[in-house]
Structure formats: structure tokens, C-alpha cells
Design a protein around this ligand. Structure first.
Ligand SMILES: Nc1nc2c(c(=O)[nH]1)N[C@H]1C(S)=C(S)[C@@H](COP(=O)(O)OP(=O)(O)OC[C@H]3O[C@@H](n4cnc5c(=O)[nH]c(N)nc54)[C@H](O)[C@@H]3O)O[C@H]1N2
Ligand SMILES: Nc1nc2c(c(=O)[nH]1)N[C@H]1C(S)=C(S)[C@@H](COP(=O)(O)OP(=O)(O)OC[C@H]3O[C@@H](n4cnc5c(=O)[nH]c(N)nc54)[C@H](O)[C@@H]3O)O[C@H]1N2
Ligand code: SF4
Ligand SMILES: [Mo]
Length: 718
């Protein structure tokens, strides 16, 4: 028996915290027994969270799926070899492509797939090979306006100001202390509490806009505890103050911005009194926050899932970018960028605008005139693409580390569509509500069984930092890295799987490292060098902004016609909730907002004993005064109803939640569409959401936060 300690990084969420892993070697068998942070890591300084520290429990879990399964005609699942599963799936895909064409084959890469640097790109390559545009990911039910808003307004090649040297930072609806997510230019989840304390110590001012007094808001100089769903009006109000008082960066705007006067006119009706009233905040606080932001010299405003899931998300994101632009919060020549962007091509970062373009340029959906974004189709439309007969109907779906049965909008519709498929393949290590509907389940290698690079954080690390992990422990079961699924299918179908460096399908038996090399071919730092620099900051390789091309003429477009129309539309609403059909303010006085919980990652977590101790239900957190008015106490059941659905939740008094707000995590419960077991498994808030109204005209994003709801006590027993 011997214990070997290895370095790796956690991939439960995107944050990629470096870890030390103890592997016990005993009788030819290897087992992960402990995981800790790495105290001498220069960026994370030992930081990990409770989820990451449960990696041994996850990898060794008795219920973990360790082989592939096939659904038999009597409905039960039989364990089969993965090669047999891939043979049968490939044969079915070939028949579906033959009968309906390649568009009928879709994949959906969810949050689980996203944590593997090889999963997403191999799925994308698989689609290119078979010629199917039906490529879906969780991005389009997360914050799709982040991809489209910069197209509509234009981009600054060198990006907005960073957090590390900001003298003011404004966070609209994100909470990195729990989520590890940070808006671009915001606090990233690499040791967030320490980094926030350091920023405050150097005098940074913080403005937080959130209906909840979040862990982040406790550090704020000004916390605008807004009524949810009115952020577009709020940001228009900020711009009205800034432009009205001439607090913007005149010189920068003269050189780089088109439409400033039109924007000023467009936001003029969003007066302090109007906005304060609509958002339920104090007008003086709004003025103080706008002055505080404008008085800064460095630092930016960024948004998270809260406002991006709320009504009016595209115009909200546009106004956020516009605030940074008019205040000139862009990196100038000679400025240093935070991250090193080592895994992506070495493109010089110039101090100039990349002009606006049509955000609606992706492949067409068959519904509502929607279009995909940057080569991806919209997950908010996937259920309808499955159910709607006719040419292009989706008949086969490969779910790659996702759980649409509880995560997709309109749970009833999502369940019906999953059941309607001719072929559903789920790659997951757990028997999720989605896997329960699958024709085939393929068990994946888990993170410590894969080689990887931190492909998401490479763009977001607040320092030019690289990391890499080998396979920490060899998997002993018949489990596959996600790329092996797509590689195996492509080879059986005889199609290519193009990656940046060549065709993966041309290789008979590639390794994880071969795949990483093919995906990141042409990267700023060659993968061979990345492998040699694990957990290192490269100050000497920091990206420094270069001068604009003297011939650069592109300018930001802050007030195109459609933005002005959007502003008129928002101003005409009494509340953002109006965009949902069936909304009646008298019937639905509350707003249900999304949130993240420390111990779980969307639907992942409570299968692990330590995490289950943190709670087995997604409590409906509400202000104690609201509970008192409803005549309920913590632990009581409440029925929460929106215009299109209802759930039963367990309420919990939370003084940090604004009155009139229900703060509840998503993707809990199961596919049963009932809440008999709500105390044990929670309930999916997706049942309260709809794809039929309120969706964003550009991104198709549906309202997943600031959902208008009624709340009433439920008499037990349920
Ligand atoms: N109402 C409402 N709906 C929402 C949201 C909300 O706030 N409110 N949030 C939205 C957002 S932001 C997102 S991202 C989506 C989430 O939607 P999904 O990504 O579809 O849901 P998850 O529960 O994260 O599913 C991830 C799955 O990956 C599996 N998994 C974990 N590790 C691995 C691995 O290594 N390999 C494989 N193959 N699988 C693995 C897990 O077991 C889990 O079942 O939900 C969206 N839906
Ligand atoms: N521990 C943990 N970490 C996670 C996840 C998890 O489930 N658990 N999920 C991961 C995923 S998939 C994602 S996308 C990221 C998301 O990362 P974040 O965007 O940081 O997500 P949250 O922590 O939910 O923060 C959203 C905040 O928005 C607020 N909010 C809700 N509605 C509104 C609104 O209408 N207006 C305003 N201004 N605020 C509003 C909520 O109160 C909440 O504090 O987190 C990732 N990290
Ligand atoms: S924040 Fe937690 S779950 Fe995410 S990578 Fe770090 S340790 Fe893992
Ligand atoms: Mo997400």
C-alpha cells in the first residue's frame, strides 16, 4: 500500500482550482482518497470549495455508472460494452441521417461536458463531419446576450478594464463568492474572498445590483437591492445620469463612438424618479451609484445570470456595454490584460474598435424566425425543433453532460420532446432524469481520469496563468472520455471530425493529449509548453495592448435604430414581467429569481453525502416579513405559480432577500412533473418558465429569472 500525491486541477465547475490529489495504490488497484487545495499556487493560494473537495466521493461513488447501457423493449436498462453501444448508436444515426438528413441529428453539450476541454470541440467537429447544424450547448440558456450584444454595439479589441487594478467595479446580478463566475472585467472566482478584500484594501469602490444581499453585496459601497427584472430600465437610468450630467469620457466618445446624442435622447425618459420607482430603490442611492461609477478612472460594469435570464436581456446587456464605452473603460495602448489567452491564437490586441455586425447571422431555426448564434443553435428552441414535424425535424439527440429534463425551459415541453425522439443518447455518470429517458447511456471518464487544460478560465484567469493536468488516476471501468464517443461515432459513420490541427477521425487510437494538441493547434503558447508550466504565472508573457492601426475607422454603434425601439418598448412597460403572456400584477405580485448554491452545481451534488447534508431541497428563500404575511414559517410548503406552471417548494426565511422576491436554485427535482418528494429532491423551477412568450427577439432567451409568481401556503400532508 502506498499513497502518491499528484497535482491536478478541479473540473467540477469552470474555475479550475489547482488541487493535490492523494492516490492510494494497493494490490495493483489505484484509488483517489483525498483532494486538497495547493497552498503555494500563485493565483489560487490554496483556494478550493466544498464541491471540489468531494471529488473522491464522486469518483468512487457506489452508484456511479461504470459501463454503457441499452434500453430494452421492456423498458429496463442492460449493461453493455461501450463498443457495442457505439456500434448500435452509429447504425441508428446512419439510418436517421439516411431517412431525414443530417440536421435530424443534434447534440447538446451541458455544464458537465463544458468542464472537459475536449468535449465541446469534439462535439462541434462531429457536427461538421456529418454536416448537421444542430449543435446545441447550455450557453444559449445561460447568457446568450453576452455573445450577441457585442456584435450589435461593436467590440474593443483589447477589451474592457480589468478588476485587478479597478478603482470602481459594478456587478449586476452575479455572485462569484458562490458561483466562481465573474463577468468579464469583474471579480473572477479564483480565491474570491481574498481577492475582494485586497481590492477593497487598495480603495476600490464596489457597486452591486442584486435583489438579494449576496455574499458579494456584503462588500459593496452601494448595494442597489433592486426589484428583479427591471435592469434594462435601471441601466438606462444610469446612462441618463451620466450623459445628462456630461460625466462620460468626451475625448474617447469623440474618437470612437457613433450615436451618442441619439443614445442620450433614448435614455432621457429614464429619469431618476421614474427608475427609482420602477426598480424599488432610493433615487439618491441611484444618483450616488451613477456618480461613483463615473468618478472612477479604471474599472467596468458587468452582468451575470440574474439580469441575463430576466426580461429584456438583450437591451440590458447593450446598455451595460454602452456604460463602459461612454465612460471609456477600455484598455488603452500599453495597458496590460489580465489573462494570457494562451490556448487561443496569438492575435495582437489593438486599441481600436471591431465594428458592429448583424447579431442574427447563425443558421435558421424553423420557429419564430430565430437564428443560431456563432455556429450554435438555441437550446431554448430545441424542444420545439424535436416536436415540430417536417423537414429538418430533430430525431436523434446526444446529451453530453447535461440534464435538460430539469434544466430546460418549460419542463413539460422538454419532457415531451425528449420522449418523442427516435434516439436519445446520454453521456453521464449518474442516472439523471434525462438518462432515465435514454435509449443508450454512456458512462464517462470523470475529471481525474482525463488529461485537460483549463480552457474556459484561460480567457478569464486574472493573471497570465497556465495549468495542465495529466490523467491522475487511470479509469479501470468501461468509461469513455466524451471525445471518444464522438471519435467512435465518426469512425463508424465514416465521417471526418475536423479540429484546428486536423481530422481526429483519421487517428485510430488517439490519446487525450493527442486530442488536446489537435484542438489547441496554433495556440499562443504551444500545448507542449503549457504541459511544462503547471500552475504558473508568466508575468513576462502578459498581453500588452498595442496601438490602433492608423487606418482604423470603425466606431461603436451605441444607438442603432433597433436599440432605440427597444428603449421605447422598455419605457412603455410598467414592469418587465409584462412580456409574459397571462401576466397580471394583481395575481402575480412576487418575482422568482435564480441563484446558485455553494454545495451543488445545477443538478449535480446531492448524491454525495457531505453535500446532501447542506440540504436536500432547493429552498424557496423569502423575506421573513413576506412569510409572516403568508402565514407560513421556515420549513412549510408553499405553492409557487407562474402564468404557465406551478411548483411546491419548501420556504425558508432569508432576511437577505428583498421583499416580494422568491430566491430559488434551478435544476432540482426530477422528471415526474409532481412535487411529492420535494423535501428530499427539491423541484425544478423550469416548470414555471415558458418558451411561448417573453423570449428575447435576438437570442431567443426565455425568462428564467424575475419570473412573475404568486405564492400561497400549502396545507400538509402532500
Ligand atoms: N429556471 C432556471 N433554469 C435554468 C437556469 C436557471 O438559473 N433557472 N440556469 C441555466 C443554466 S445557467 C445552465 S448552465 C443550465 C444547466 O443545464 P445543464 O448543463 O443541462 O444541467 P446540469 O445539471 O449542469 O447537467 C450537467 C450534467 O453533467 C453531468 N456530469 C458531471 N460531470 C461530468 C463529466 O465529467 N462528464 C459527463 N459526460 N457528464 C458529467 C452531471 O452528472 C449532470 O447530470 O440550466 C439552465 N436552466
Ligand atoms: N456553487 C455553484 N457554482 C456555480 C453553479 C452552481 O450551480 N453552483 N452554476 C454555474 C453556472 S451553470 C453558471 S451559469 C454560473 C452563474 O454565475 P452567477 O451569474 O454568478 O450566478 P448566481 O450566483 O446565481 O448569481 C446571480 C445573481 O443574480 C441575482 N438576480 C436574479 N435575478 C436578477 C435580476 O432580475 N436582476 C438582478 N440585478 N439580479 C438578479 C441573484 O439574486 C443572484 O445573486 O455559476 C456557475 N457556478
Ligand atoms: S470552485 Fe469548487 S467546484 Fe469549482 S473548480 Fe474550484 S474547487 Fe472545483
Ligand atoms: Mo450556466
Amino acid at each position: 500500500m502506498a499513497i502518491e500525491t499528484k497535482r491536478s486541477f478541479c473540473r467540477v465547475c469552470h474555475a479550475a482550482c489547482p488541487i493535490e490529489v492523494d492516490v492510494l495504490h494497493d494490490n495493483g488497484q489505484s484509488r483517489v482518497v483525498d483532494v486538497r487545495g495547493v497552498p503555494d499556487d500563485p493565483l489560487f493560494e490554496g483556494y478550493t470549495c466544498i464541491k471540489g473537495r468531494q471529488l473522491p466521493a464522486q469518483i468512487n461513488h457506489p452508484d456511479r455508472l461504470r459501463s454503457s447501457y441499452r434500453r430494452e423493449s421492456d423498458g429496463h436498462l442492460t449493461a453493455i460494452a461501450s463498443t457495442e453501444a457505439l456500434d448500435e448508436i452509429a447504425a441508428k444515426l446512419a439510418a436517421i441521417i439516411e431517412q431525414y438528413g443530417p440536421r435530424a441529428v443534434a447534440t447538446y453539450t451541458g455544464t458537465g461536458g463544458y468542464q472537459n476541454s475536449c468535449a465541446l470541440e469534439s462535439a462541434r467537429g462531429f457536427h461538421k463531419g456529418i454536416g448537421s447544424s444542430s449543435f446545441y450547448t447550455s450557453v444559449t440558456i445561460d447568457q446568450p446576450a453576452k455573445a450577441t450584444a457585442p456584435l450589435r454595439i461593436g467590440m474593443w479589441e483589447a477589451g474592457f478594464h480589468n478588476f485587478r487594478d479597478a478603482d470602481v467595479s459594478m456587478a449586476v446580478g452575479y455572485n462569484p463568492m458562490v458561483s466562481s463566475y465573474g463577468a468579464v472585467g469583474g471579480l473572477q472566482g479564483t480565491n474570491p474572498f481574498t481577492k475582494m478584500r485586497q481590492a477593497k484594501a487598495r480603495g476600490m469602490k464596489l457597486i452591486v445590483v442584486d435583489p438579494r444581499r449576496t455574499e458579494m453585496a456584503t462588500f459593496a459601497d452601494i448595494h442597489l437591492q433592486v426589484r428583479p427584472g427591471e435592469d434594462a430600465a435601471l441601466l438606462a437610468g444610469f446612462l441618463n445620469i451620466i450623459l445628462g450630467e456630461g460625466l462620460h469620457d468626451h475625448e474617447f466618445c469623440d474618437q470612437w463612438v457613433d450615436g451618442l446624442d441619439r443614445l442620450a435622447d433614448g435614455v432621457a425618459p429614464f429619469t431618476v424618479g421614474y427608475v427609482a420607482d420602477r426598480c424599488g430603490i432610493d433615487g439618491d442611492d441611484l444618483l450616488a451609484a451613477a456618480h461613483m461609477f463615473a468618478a472612477g478612472t479604471r474599472g467596468s460594469v458587468g452582468t451575470g445570470t440574474g439580469p441575463n435570464m430576466a426580461p429584456n436581456s438583450s437591451i440590458m446587456e447593450h446598455l451595460t456595454l454602452a456604460m463602459n464605452i461612454v465612460c471609456g473603460r477600455v484598455n488603452r495602448e500599453g495597458d496590460r490584460l489580465e489573462s494570457g489567452l494562451f490556448l487561443y491564437p496569438d492575435v495582437p490586441k489593438r486599441a481600436q474598435v471591431f465594428g458592429a455586425r448583424d447579431p442574427l447571422s447563425g443558421p435558421a431555426h424553423r420557429m419564430r424566425g430565430m437564428r443560431g448564434i456563432r455556429g450554435e443553435m438555441l437550446s431554448s428552441v430545441l424542444s420545439e425543433e424535436i416536436l415540430e414535424p417536417g423537414e429538418g425535424q430533430i430525431r436523434a439527440l446526444i446529451v453530453n453532460g447535461g440534464n435538460p429534463a430539469v434544466a430546460f425551459p418549460d419542463q413539460e415541453l422538454a419532457m415531451r420532446s425528449l420522449a418523442d425522439l427516435e434516439l436519445l443518447v446520454v453521456v453521464d455518470h449518474r442516472m439523471t432524469s434525462t438518462a432515465e429517458l435514454a435509449d443508450y447511456v454512456i458512462a464517462p471518464r470523470l475529471s481525474l481520469e482525463r488529461a485537460d487544460v483549463p480552457h474556459l478560465m484561460d480567457r478569464w484567469f486574472p493573471a497570465p496563468y497556465t495549468n495542465y493536468t495529466d490523467i491522475t488516476v487511470e479509469a479501470s471501468d468501461d468509461v469513455l472520455n466524451e471525445w471518444q464517443v464522438f471519435h467512435g461515432l465518426s469512425r463508424r459513420l465514416g465521417t471526418s471530425l475536423p479540429l484546428a490541427g486536423g481530422d481526429l477521425a483519421a487517428l485510430a487510437a488517439p490519446t487525450d493529449d493527442d486530442v488536446i494538441d489537435l484542438i489547441y493547434t496554433g495556440s499562443r503558447m504551444p500545448t507542449s509548453e503549457v504541459r511544462a508550466h503547471r500552475g504558473e504565472i508568466h508575468e513576462d508573457l502578459a498581453l500588452v495592448v498595442v496601438a490602433a492601426d492608423p487606418s482604423a475607422t470603425a466606431r461603436f454603434s451605441v444607438a442603432p435604430d433597433d436599440v432605440l425601439v427597444d428603449l421605447v418598448t422598455v419605457r412603455a412597460q410598467a414592469t418587465g414581467a409584462e412580456i409574459l403572456a397571462g401576466f397580471d400584477p394583481a395575481v402575480y405580485p412576487f418575482r422568482l429569481v435564480s441563484r446558485r448554491l455553494k454545495a451543488v452545481l445545477n443538478s449535480l451534488g446531492t448524491e454525495l453525502p457531505v453535500l446532501a447534508k447542506k440540504g436536500t431541497t432547493n429552498s424557496a428563500y423569502m423575506n421573513p416579513a413576506d412569510l409572516a404575511e403568508l402565514g407560513v414559517s421556515s420549513g412549510d410548503l408553499v405553492e409557487i405559480a407562474s402564468p404557465t406552471g406551478a411548483v411546491v417548494g419548501v420556504c425558508e426565511a432569508a432576511p437577505d432577500v428583498r421583499r416580494g422576491v422568491v430566491s430559488m436554485a434551478h435544476s432540482w427535482g426530477d422528471g415526474s412533473l409532481s412535487d411529492d418528494k420535494v423535501r428530499d429532491i427539491g423541484t425544478p423551477t423550469s416548470r414555471l418558465t415558458t418558451t411561448a412568450s417573453g423570449y428575447d427577439a435576438i437570442t431567443g432567451m426565455v425568462v428564467l429569472s424575475a419570473i412573475p409568481v404568486s405564492v400561497r401556503a400549502v396545507l400538509e400532508p402532500v
